[in-house]
Design a binder for this molecule. Structure first.
Ligand code: KG4
Ligand code: ZN
Length: 334
């Protein structure tokens, strides 16, 4: 069974080919250089870039998997959530391929794709597990009881963790996307130099807007109208202090969720799962409590189409498909 996966929900154009659950190819073309100069993703530009790049990326995914389009048995595509124009490019292309080849087509929730990416790296992982989904658009904790059974334990009430990283980077005058840059700077900073507040919400909900304001207020102390940012501001310490506040909260809530629900496995998914400090701290805390941690490699944390193909394949295997009138949706709870 060969599945073609397509992902165009934000600023990565991606295609992958899976043979059953095995990844034969996973091609990602990032638009970061195009959006960088605007300090964030420009939706209209994203759609146009997907339009230009998607067919060549699909061709590349097919050729590096050593298969041809007519060999494909199923097309899986992200249809929610994301930028509507961007999603539309992927969904329309997937439908056209499915219709032309007379093969089934299935729409996938992007967040489900991120969670199931762990199954690519760890095929033996068993349900149930706790999943922390942390990306530019999501910050949520789920108790995953099986395929399609995502019990929401808590989520962010304001910014997603990745969004907070991107906004703090912007305040510091750093490039988009902010996560990797702040992560790198934080490694050379002192995380105890500035104590930023942790969002202490009850239960498993998160909040990062207070932290973002605290960072903004701190930076404002070093800002003057005529001279701009004072070079005395230690950007590395700000990055380290901010990162410590984010990581402490994410790790504490996730480990508590595992302990309190009696589930001894944790999956961390999404772009922010690539964060070096989050990976390290989650590892240490899980180990202390005898919890098994499943952290996909960096390439499977960021947006990719292998995770979408796998989610589509697994749903299709138990008899599900989508109709060709399925439309993309900008938002939808998992
Ligand atoms: O999953 P993803 O590629 O796209 C969405 O579904 O949103 O995640 C992108 C987000 C961005 O906000 C980016 O800044 C963040 O993930 N990110 C990181 C790191 N690498 C990417 N955040 C913190 N540390 C990183 N190393
Ligand atoms: Zn994503």
């Amino acid at each position: 069974m060969l599945t073609l996966g397509i992902e165009t929900s934000c600023d990565e154009t991606a295609a992958a080919v899976l043979q059953d659950e095995k990844v034969l190819s996973n091609i990602v073309s990032s638009q970061i250089d195009i959006h960088k100069k605007y300090g964030g993703v420009v939706p209209e530009l994203a759609s146009r870039e997907h339009l230009k790049n998607l067919i060549p990326i699909i061709r590349e995914a097919l050729s590096s998997a050593l298969v041809s389009l007519s060999d494909i048995n199923l097309v899986a595509v992200t249809y929610t959530p994301g930028l509507i124009g961007a999603l539309l490019v992927g969904v329309s292309t997937a439908k056209a391929i499915a219709y032309a080849l007379n093969i089934p087509f299935i729409g996938v929730h992007h967040g489900e794709g991120h969670i199931l990416a762990a199954h690519i790296e760890y095929p033996a992982i068993d349900y149930p597990y706790i999943a922390l989904l942390v990306s530019g658009g999501h910050t949520a904790l789920y108790q995953v009881r099986g395929l399609g059974e995502y019990g929401l334990l808590g989520q962010t009430r304001d910014d997603a963790a990745g969004e907070a990283y991107d906004k703090v980077a912007k305040l510091l005058g750093l490039d988009y996307p902010g996560g990797p840059v702040v992560d790198r700077l934080a490694q050379d900073g002192d995380h105890t130099a500035i104590k930023f507040p942790r969002g202490h919400l009850e239960g498993y909900d998160f909040s990062f807007s207070g932290l973002k304001t605290a960072v903004r207020n701190h930076i404002a102390l070093f800002m003057s109208k005529d001279r701009g940012l004072d070079p005395d501001l230690n950007v590395r310490d700000v990055a380290a202090g901010f990162q410590a506040a984010v990581v402490d909260t994410l790790v504490e809530k996730t480990v508590n969720a595992a302990v309190e629900t009696g589930v001894d496995k944790i999956v961390v998914a999404g772009g922010v799962a690539a964060n070096s400090s989050l990976r390290k701290k989650m590892n240490e805390e899980a180990e202390k409590r005898g919890i098994s941690l499943y952290l996909p490699g960096m390439g499977l944390c960021i947006d990719n189409a292998a995770m979408i193909a796998l989610a589509g394949y697994l749903h299709h295997k138990r008899g599900e498909t989508s109709k060709l009138d399925l439309n993309p949706r900008p938002t939808m709870q998992l």
